[in-house]
Structure formats: structure tokens, C-alpha cells
Write a new protein. Structure first.
Length: 259
């Protein structure tokens, strides 16, 4: 006989919980050591704002690749890239990056540039964190050694107008020179041109959020859209075309039915 309110076909099971028995006496009065599960602030992968910046930028880059017909390009984020064979833990983790001709098949969990097919990113973005000195001072040297051709430092606090630390800027761009040097070519509020992407970089405030946007023009009037923005624009264009077609059909019907 089933319990009241329970369908006859429902499978029931008794409630369960972890129960520890036969513990030695010295373990019965000990407290749980939660410290082994503690995470430091440095262990947090990314803030909500950083995650939003990354998601929007990755989507825009994928749309740019689709526009340009870049079929052998990987847009990635938060993957380790190592470049010193004897010290594989010497590595960087670009917030967003672009790799040409990625290895076929299953992609690696991390990139080791000395392995076949593991090319360094040609374009990378570092979103400046609270430990901003590390990003400004260490990142250019690391990315220069790693083989990156263009590095963008995007500083959300500076983009919001934080002027407490002179020298910080919304956008800083480093680029590989002809002699191989990694040179700072831009530092300021933007727009800044990216040679590797062939578009302009804009630090913008959108709906209260700081974002790094790509634009086909310096004025930012022709933004590289995200996938969602592109689909919305296509849907709007279809709706307008269908409305025009209905208007033409109605006009034609009126013309045919006239005197």
C-alpha cells in the first residue's frame, strides 16, 4: 500500500546521512579540521566582473574570426602556457588569447610551447587584478619571453577613472618589434589599435560594467558584436524585411482590388 499522496509507481527509499561508527575513543571528541578546505583570496579564479569581461571578449573574438574567415584559429581563456622545458611550472594564464593552427583533435589541458603543435598565443589579454603591480611589472616580461606577438593589459579600475595610482591606464599595449624586442607601444584611455587583430580596442563602461570592446572603426561606431548581439541584429533585420514584405503585399492587394 502506498503512502498518502504518493503515486503507486513511486520508488521510496529511507532517508540516509553519513553515520560514523566504531571510531576510536580519541577521535570521538575531536573537532572537524576545516582549514584543509580553506581557500585564500588568491585561489579565486576570477571575479564576476572579470568573468563578464572575458565572456564578452571571447564571444566578440569568435565573431571576428567568423567575419574574417579565420578557420584555423583558437580563441581561448584561462589556460596555462609554459615555455621553459626545464621548468614547466614557469607559465602564464592569459585571461583571453588567440592561437593559430592549434593541434588537431583533443586540445591539451595546458600549452607547452616546446611540444609539437603547441604554438604560443599571438595575441593575449591580461585583465589587471588587485595585485596590479604584478600585472604591470611582470606580465610584459613573461609574455615577451613566451613568444606572444601582442599583449593587452586592460585595467578595469583605471577605466572607471581611478586615479589613485599614477601610471595605471585603461589600456596598455605591448608589441613585438622587428628585432624581437617586446615594446610598449600604447598607454592611455584608448582607442588603441591592435595590429594582430586589425581592429581598435576600446575601454568602455556599459550598463555600469567595464568592458573591453573591439571595433572596426576608431570612433567605436562599428563594434565587433558578440554572438548574442549578432543573432539579435539578424533577427531584427529579418523582422524588418518581413514587415516590408507584408506592406508590399497589402499595397499590391489594395491596387488589385481598386476601381
Amino acid at each position: 500500500m502506498s503512502a498518502p499522496g504518493i503515486a503507486p509507481t513511486t520508488t521510496l527509499r529511507p532517508p540516509t546521512y553519513m553515520v560514523l561508527r566504531d571510531l576510536p575513543p580519541e577521535a570521538r571528541t575531536t573537532q572537524v579540521d576545516w582549514t584543509r578546505w580553506h581557500l585564500n583570496e588568491d585561489d579565486v579564479a576570477q571575479s564576476f566582473e572579470q568573468g563578464d569581461i572575458i565572456r564578452l571578449l571571447v564571444s566578440s573574438l569568435q565573431e571576428l574570426a567568423r567575419e574574417r574567415g579565420w578557420t584555423k584559429v583558437l580563441v581561448g581563456s584561462d589556460n596555462y602556457v609554459a615555455w621553459v622545458p626545464a621548468h614547466p611550472r614557469v607559465r602564464v594564464s592569459p585571461d583571453v588569447f588567440l592561437v593559430d593552427d592549434p593541434p588537431p583533435g583533443r586540445l591539451p589541458k595546458s600549452w607547452q610551447t616546446w611540444l609539437p603543435g603547441h604554438k604560443p598565443p599571438r595575441w593575449s589579454v591580461e585583465i589587471v587584478s588587485e595585485d596590479w603591480r604584478k600585472d604591470y611589472d611582470d606580465a610584459p616580461a613573461k609574455y615577451g619571453q613566451m613568444g606572444c606577438r601582442e599583449l593587452v593589459l586592460f585595467d578595469p579600475d583605471a577605466a572607471r577613472g581611478d586615479t589613485r595610482h599614477p601610471g595605471r591606464a585603461p589600456l596598455v599595449v605591448y608589441r613585438r618589434a622587428e628585432d624581437g624586442a617586446f615594446v610598449e607601444v600604447y598607454r592611455g584611455e584608448g582607442p588603441a589599435y591592435s595590429e594582430q587583430l586589425g581592429v581598435w580596442l576600446l575601454a568602455r563602461l556599459e550598463l555600469g560594467w567595464t568592458r573591453l570592446r573591439l571595433s572596426h572603426d576608431e570612433a567605436g561606431e562599428r563594434l565587433v558584436q558578440t554572438a548574442d548581439e549578432a543573432r539579435a541584429k539578424e533577427a531584427e533585420a529579418r523582422a524588418k524585411a518581413e514587415a516590408r514584405m507584408r506592406d508590399l503585399e497589402e499595397e499590391l492587394a489594395r491596387t488589385r482590388g481598386g476601381p
